[in-house]
Design a binder for this molecule. Sequence first.
Ligand code: DGJ
Length: 718
Amino acid sequence: MKIIKEGPLFYLHSKNMTMIIEEHSGYLFMKYIGRQVKQYHQSNAVVMKDHAFSGNPYPECREFSLDTQRMLIGQHGLGDFRQPSVRIQHGNNDVTDFRYVSHEIKAGVLVSQGLPSPYSQAEDATTLSITLADTVAELELIIHFTVYNTSDAITTFSEVRNVGKERAVIHQLQSVMLDLPKDDYDLITFQGAYAREKTVRRHTLNQGIFRVSSNRGASGHAQTPAAILTHPTTTDDYGEALAIQLIYSGNFELICQQSQLNDVRLSLGINHENFSWTLEAGQQFNSPVALINYSSKGLNDLSQTSHEFITQHIIPEQFAKTARPILVNNWEATYFDFNRDKLLDIAERASELGIELFVLDDGWFGQRKDDNSSLGDWQVNEEKIQGTLAELIAQVKGKGLQFGLWFEPEMISEDSDLYRTHPEWAIQLPERPHTYSRNQLVLNFANPEVVNYMKKLLDDLLSRHEIDYVKWDMNRNITNIGNGQDYAGSMMQTHQYMLGLYSLVEYLTTKHDHILFESCSGGGGRNDLGMMRYFPQVWSSDNTDAISRLQIQHGSSYLHPVISMGAHVSAVPNHQMNRITDLKTRADVAMMGNLGYELDLNLLTDEEKQAVKEQVTRYKILRPIVQFGQQYRLMHTANETAVQFTYEQRVLLTYVKVLSTYEDMETTVKLKGLEEDSLYCLEETDQLYSGAELMYAGLTMDTPRGDFQSLQLLLTKV
Ligand code: DGJ
């Protein structure tokens, strides 16, 4: 049994991971989470002593306080002074006292209604649902935990039910809360900005509250709804680490509090600052789902655990283990300046070079000649592409390529027929002027009428055309929330927007399940597990410079599998960084993701075309290693990066040196996860090396002289 109730204890066992919850006078305590523990006898129990200024629920027991116990939920107002995870207003206050009522254990995983949720075979997953009730507030709280046989993972979400007769208002409901004992902790977060997404930040925890959040209506470029709690001594190869990730793409908050007793409360959920949810009598609300992963074998093993979970339970099944096509995208090649002939010329070259998918980016619809107009008018501009969309698709397909199309369905331009017909469909505060960003507005997906309109329009377009891939962009964040609603209504609007968005993408991706959707928000502005549940791929940054990508890809590797990440070779000087790098380096870096090209292939010299042809041929051989293999971070400094992928008998090692310095003249890279006594043959030289030799002595990186140089080495186990 994977979930066991023994006396007051619940044991939740995933593959090698255990969580233990105790029921104590109706309170639920979080006794333990970590490496597998099959029998527990309170060895780490909180010392029972009188803590001054910590409230006691029982007058006869001054040693017992909710402020000092490690709780499963944090409720404020009755003596737990730490950051709450649940805050619900009822009557004239927002104090709750949820106590255990019953529980249920079932095979399989549950869906959090309307929200992206992991999938699983019934035999692989078991779910514990614990019901708590507050009889004064007349509310029920149900917390669900799912454990997985094949993964060190637990997923969790909560439901609140209003079982009374009065209205209640949820002000905060975290998807996950973990109370952990005093220790030395580091917290790793993934922050950054536009064009430098997923920067790894490792923070030393001290007493106080550390918070990462988004109020943009999207997870955002500058933060990721995820974190890793670990210890100062933990490295990629050693030590314990616990990751939490939110399967949600809207406003979120991650709160990490080291309390006065130095224990730690870590929680993740919808950002409470600009959210509340009105629950009328009889209504219920579900939180987004959170994912917890654990490893006792270092951060790299934790990463692999998360990659595996996401591939098996988050990325739509039909794409999880399907090789991704090598694409060419016309954005950096033409921007808005194209016509049919220009596009077909690129497609022609792409086909000659072995590329598999042609993607037509922004600018094909309405009167869109720049980014000031036409969002919402999803009719092809037949004048610009000199014919119908169907004709263009047929011409591209005639060249042996698949066809992909860019959309930005959540947006509306003021200069569009849609806005002229439905100005009220834009998110807006009626008595204030619009706030613009890229000169566009956001459609109010909190309004089911708007969502239904888009469902029909996009479904029609996708049904009438042979489209193999969709790039779904989102180029601004949400402001001016209001749309004529009262305050309570406007506080619900961003989450309602997310529910509208999820219902649209679930509908489209289910109905058109052969289409590979790539999510994008000016690059990685919404690179989270919520979107990944529907869209198997993400454009992780608008920054296509190979050197900048090293750090973006490094950050992504902590939690997201490489198969979720598009990576393109673009022109030099690079359009974002103005840097000139060799075509080989650009390709070696992009081949550490799902390879694509984003440049005018017609402008390449014959020599460069030949090089691209060879890269494409080579990537077809390497593709399973990168997309289905295990990833190892071997080295990552400001000047050097080495990444290994292992799949079946083959090992791919990519090494990039940024600047040529005397400091990094002699670098040996130590490989990981090989068989000590097996021999591995290095492709270029046919030299055999033992696994032990490669792992413990390492391999010398003999890079060409000069800046921005790379090596791509393929070894095969013999
Ligand atoms: C932002 C995206 O990240 C780019 O790749 C491109 O699609 C543009 N939008 C188009 O407007």
